[in-house]
Write a protein that binds this ligand. Structure first.
Ligand code: SAM
Length: 263
């Protein structure tokens, strides 16, 4: 266990309190993304089959996929997130696992909503000499193999440039029984965004404090599009999910695995 500022323990990521706060206070992004993704699936003629949701979090979009008639497998590294997701969508399958290591079954669609591919939570094996995941190629290869022909990979990322390099920014957000303080800093040379997160959640008469530090490797959408295209995907980069404009330095990528007959 790491030690946070002032000796407060930093345990895992998206622990019980941050998982709760993300679910109740930061659900808009998933819900907005999700309705646009469902429209893309309909447009592509994918009406049923398996959706694999990597970094499914608390199951907000898992629920929408399940309600739309898809089978869903949700994968997340946070046991606390999966506990909420399982309660929300008892009919879906879930795994507590790293998306970088879990086996991806044959499927129609893979989605990852909320910059899940940027996180360096479990960067150990497939990392470069700086200890950071500089390429997503191994992941993209596995997804390409798992997808059926005409299947889709849809995900979003955070790019460099979200905040002024080397200058940390601080903000807070509050809800009925919680508040969260976030300090962000970006290292443009290493392309790492670090978020120090302190949560306070009301438990009976007290507020419980938890600390987490999240590191993310930043990618340019154009670089990832090149990686995806080299595997065989047809790729579109977008700055919005449907009508919902993404926050600054974010991009959504839609990668289509063409059928062999269209080559
Ligand atoms: C910003 S949250 C988004 C959650 C959910 N998709 C949503 O939109 O509400 C990012 C999620 O990615 C998960 N995550 C990050 N790295 C992961 C990894 N290596 N394997 C699986 N899940 C991961 C986190 O635990 C967290 O639930």
């Amino acid at each position: 266990m790491q030690q946070g500022y002032g000796g407060h323990p930093v345990s895992s990521w998206y622990n019980e309190d941050l998982a709760y706060i993300h679910d109740v206070g930061f659900c808009d992004y998933a819900l907005q993304a999700n309705s646009s993704i469902l429209a893309s699936l309909a447009q592509q003629g994918i009406q049923h089959g398996l959706v694999v949701e990597l970094g499914c979090g608390s199951g907000l979009s898992t629920q929408a996929f399940a309600q739309a008639g898809y089978d869903v497998l949700g994968v997340d590294i946070s046991a606390a997130m999966i506990a909420i997701a399982q309660a929300r969508v008892p009919t879906a399958q879930f795994r507590v696992a790293s998306l970088f290591q879990t086996e991806i079954p044959p499927c129609q669609v893979v989605v990852a909503i909320g910059e899940c591919f940027n996180y360096l939570f479990d960067a150990v094996s497939d990392v470069d000499s700086t200890g950071d995941r500089s390429s997503l190629m191994p992941l993209f290869q596995r997804i390409y193999t798992a997808l059926v022909e005409d299947g889709l990979l849809i995900f979003d990322i955070v790019e460099p440039g979200q905040i002024t390099p080397h200058i940390s920014s601080r903000n807070f957000t509050e809800g009925k029984d919680w508040f969260v303080l976030v300090e962000k800093s970006e290292d443009p040379e290493q392309r790492i965004l670090t978020r120090r997160i302190i949560t306070f959640r009301q438990i009976d008469d007290y507020y419980r404090r938890s600390d987490e530090v999240h590191r993310q490797r930043l990618y340019f959408a154009s670089e990832l599009a090149t990686e995806l295209a080299s595997i065989g995907f047809q790729v579109q980069i977008s700055r919005h999910y449907g009508q919902y404009e993404l926050p600054p330095a974010r991009a959504a990528l839609v990668a289509h695995k063409p059928s062999r007959s269209s080559h």
